[in-house]
Design a protein around this ligand. Structure first.
Ligand code: ADP
Length: 741
């Protein structure tokens, strides 16, 4: 290895900017250095590659310090016309080859990735031309005969077919949700209508997701142009919503929405229609570039970090060097999709829309897009007050610790349940309320405004029912004619659901269909990659970490931050990854004194070499002996004036925020899937117990009877924890290998 020329990787951002691009650049730089490669930042997209000179700069470890939490892209982006020409690409190839760079990671939209693949395909002929012109030697030509590339999709629209989310989409949704939540309060005060226009020229994801998460009334998206007469349908939906008690109306329009004749539907037109038809004061809000701005969300930080590290793996050891790949996250894993296919599938959607094939356009967006669209239709259409005769009564009970999104799930369950012909009964104060029979039927309008509200309107209690409670609970279910039960909550809720189901032979009242959905900031539940509330807690932590770091920026300081999570290290690891921690301490790994000593030595050397800030994130139960306080003191004892130490326990604020867009969407999907399962069971007349979970982007159903096989009971967490694969990524971002020069 020592005599070989180092492998050199170029990284650039191109096309529209997106929050999270910096996290990806940082990850590419640090993963490359960790793997022994040299890395060059190419400034202003493809323009820097064409200009050469200072446009291509070698980056070191510290060049990407402190950029994880900044929006935009610190290496610049540009729409470069010249790269569309062969002459431009010839200049680019020459500039790369002169520096020995033959691997590229590009973070951009489908245009940027198309250009990248053209460049890759042309590379041998470009090198041939450079050689023929006498600009490079035969040896250079031969030693860089291939350009190896990896593409990451930076696009706030979330328009890449085949992956869950593109870099920037989650943050854009945060910005839109901030606008909706702000508008909702003023709209409700004046009984006004609002039209919100969001980005998405060909892709309605942001509009649809915002409409669901924001509890809006109507949505217009490019993939599903409304049929003639949509204006009447929209106004009717708004009118009925008001009649049912809504104080405001909110319509979301994607900027690329059209009618079935292809005429654009502008937000101004929607406003005019509402004013003319309903005579209502209506305002338009267009957040515009605000959607691209601000600090990236926790997801856009950890996911982009993961993707950047994977992109480095791809260009260093491609499984198929001649097939360029786009790398994205799907479910709990990373997928590598052939770039040409990813781009052509993505470009096909606007073509399908233009051809009037809306069904195929919707299908191309993936099953969860269709699912969300249908659920929005049900959620937003105000249902009649009168339940059909013989309607079943479904009880909703919350249990365990508080998780942001519990209200969203309750609201969705009530509205979807009513829309599907059930009577929905809110059980107050958890299983203790069930035991005492404290419950009331909830109507469509009773849950208005719950979508974005933190806390738990129905009330909840932490404890698991004990055997003595079972008789009373069974009586209460019978007395209140509860035909099925939806349990929303964390570990204790699952334990309670399991207990009821296990005791069904002794208590026939428990033979009803029973479904539990995961809501816990700890993310310690079986059968699901994420639980409702986790994303919100993570965002709270990342915001706290940003502020903590800022507080130490004027001095040299070490921080030890403690997160919740009980015995599950998810929050600690992901907060560390998204917050840029150097160390995380997890119960899954334990903490040993020798490891702590090694950390102290590393820290001392690191501060001596110029470090100004150190961050460790410790899970609350990482170790019984080595507490946050203890680690703080240990670091302090070794500081010798080089730095000071602060410890910070983030505490219950992690449970107290309003749910993030991702948690609202997850809660809605979970509630819908739970009602599907309960509806099917009720229709078949059979009981049964299940718990639901998100796996590989789908919500699956698992029998409660087998739950214990999937959990580590002692540590109250699932046996299989997918996110531990990210542990080495954090280490690669944190530990700079010894410098060679
Ligand atoms: P996005 O990447 O966000 O889709 P654009 O389509 O504007 O944005 O592309 C960004 C840049 O990528 C362009 O300015 C150009 O430099 C390059 N690019 C786009 N399409 C091509 C192409 N077909 N051939 C070569 N380069 C391209």
């Amino acid at each position: 290895m020592t005599n070989q020329a180092p492998v050199r990787i170029g990284v650039l951002t191109s096309g529209g900017d997106a929050q999270g691009m910096n996290a990806a650049v940082r990850a590419v730089v640090r993963a490359a250095i960790s793997r022994g490669a040299e890395v060059y930042a190419i400034f202003e997209g493809y323009q820097g590659m064409i200009d050469g000179g200072n446009g291509i700069r070698r980056f070191g470890w510290d060049d990407v310090g402190s950029i994880l939490g900044s929006g935009g892209t610190v290496i610049g982006t540009f729409r470069c016309k010249e790269f569309r020409t062969r002459e431009g690409r010839l200049k680019a190839a020459r500039n790369l080859i002169e520096r020995g760079i033959d691997r590229l990671v590009v973070i951009g939209g489908d245009g940027s990735l198309t250009g990248l693949d053209t460049f890759r395909a042309e590379w041998p002929s470009l090198l041939g031309e450079l050689h023929a012109n006498g600009w490079i030697s035969q040896q250079t030509k031969e030693s860089h005969s291939r350009l190896i590339i990896a593409g990451l999709v930076g696009s706030i629209d979330n328009d890449l077919v085949g992956v869950d989310s593109t870099i920037g989409a989650d943050t854009a949704l945060h910005r839109i949700m901030e606008a909706i939540d702000a508008i909702s309060s003023t709209a409700a005060s004046h009984q006004r209508s609002f039209v919100l226009e969001v980005m998405g020229r060909h892709c309605g994801y942001l509009a649809l997701a915002a409409a669901i998460a924001g509890g809006c009334d109507y949505v217009l998206i490019p993939e599903n142009p409304p049929a003639p007469g949509w204006e009447t349908e929209m106004c009717e939906a708004l009118r009925v919503g008001r009649a049912r008690g809504r104080r405001d109306s909110l319509v979301i329009v994607a900027e690329g929405a059209t009618d079935q004749q292809g005429n654009p539907i502008t937000s101004a037109h929607v406003r005019q229609v509402i004013e003319d038809t309903l005579g209502e004061d209506t305002r338009v809000t267009i957040p515009g570039h605000v959607q691209r701005g601000g600090t990236p969300s926790a997801y856009d930080r950890w996911a982009s970090t993961w993707l950047g590290a994977e992109a480095v793996d791809e260009v260093l050891a491609p499984a198929e060097p001649d097939v360029a790949k786009v790398i994205g996250i799907l479910g709990s894993g990373v997928v590598r999709i052939p770039l040409v296919k990813a781009v052509s599938d993505t470009k096909r959607v606007p073509e399908l829309i233009a051809a009037g094939n809306y069904e195929a356009a919707m299908a191309a967006r993936g099953p969860s897009f269709n699912e969300l669209f249908d659920v929005f239709g049900e959620l937003s259409m105000p249902a009649s007050f009168t339940a059909p005769s013989g309607a079943k009564r479904i009880g909703i009970v919350l249990a365990g610790g508080l998780a942001p999104g519990m209200n969203t799930a309750s609201r969705a369950a009530v509205r979807l349940g009513i829309a599907r012909g059930h009577r929905m009964v809110g059980i107050h104060n958890g299983f203790s309320g069930l035991r005492k029979g404290i419950m009331s039927e909830l109507g469509w309008d009773d849950v208005d405004g719950w979508s974005g509200r933190g806390g738990a309107e129905l009330g909840l209690r932490r404890g698991v029912p004990v055997t003595e409670d079972l008789y009373q609970m069974a009586r209460s279910l019978e007395d209140n004619h509860i035909d099925a039960l939806l349990v929303i909550g964390g570990w204790n809720a699952y334990q309670a659901a399991y207990l009821l189901h296990a005791e069904r032979d002794r208590y026939p009242a428990f033979q009803i269909p029973l479904v539990a959905i995961p809501a816990s900031i700890d993310n310690n539940l079986p059968g699901t990659e994420v639980a409702i509330g986790t994303d919100t807690a993570l965002n709270v932590n990342v915001e706290a970490i940003d502020r903590i770091k800022m507080s130490g920026s004027a001095t040299t300081r070490s921080f030890v931050v403690e997160t919740m999570g009980r015995y599950c290290g998810y929050l600690a690891l992901m907060s560390g990854l998204a917050g840029g921690a150097e160390r995380v301490y997890l119960n899954e790994e334990g903490i040993s004194l020798s490891a702590l000593n090694a950390d102290v030595d590393w820290l001392k050397a690191s501060f001596a070499a110029g470090r100004r800030l150190f961050l460790a994130v410790r899970n609350e139960r990482a170790s019984e002996s080595y507490t946050t306080e203890f680690i703080g003191r240990l670091l302090e004892g070794a500081a010798d004036g080089a730095y000071d130490v602060r410890t910070h326990i983030i505490g219950h604020v992690q449970q107290g925020a309003d749910p993030t867009p991702a948690d609202r969407l997850l809660a809605t999907r979970m509630a819908s899937a739970a009602l599907d399962q309960l509806g099917t069971a009720l229709a078949s007349g059979k009981g049964g117990g299940w718990y639901l979970g998100l796996q590989d982007s789908h919500i699956g159903c698992h029998p409660l009877a087998h739950m214990t096989e999937h959990i580590d009971t002692q540590h109250r967490r699932p046996i299989d924890q997918w996110w531990m694969t990210l542990r080495p990524v954090l280490s690669a971002m944190a530990d700079e290998p010894p410098r060679q020069n």
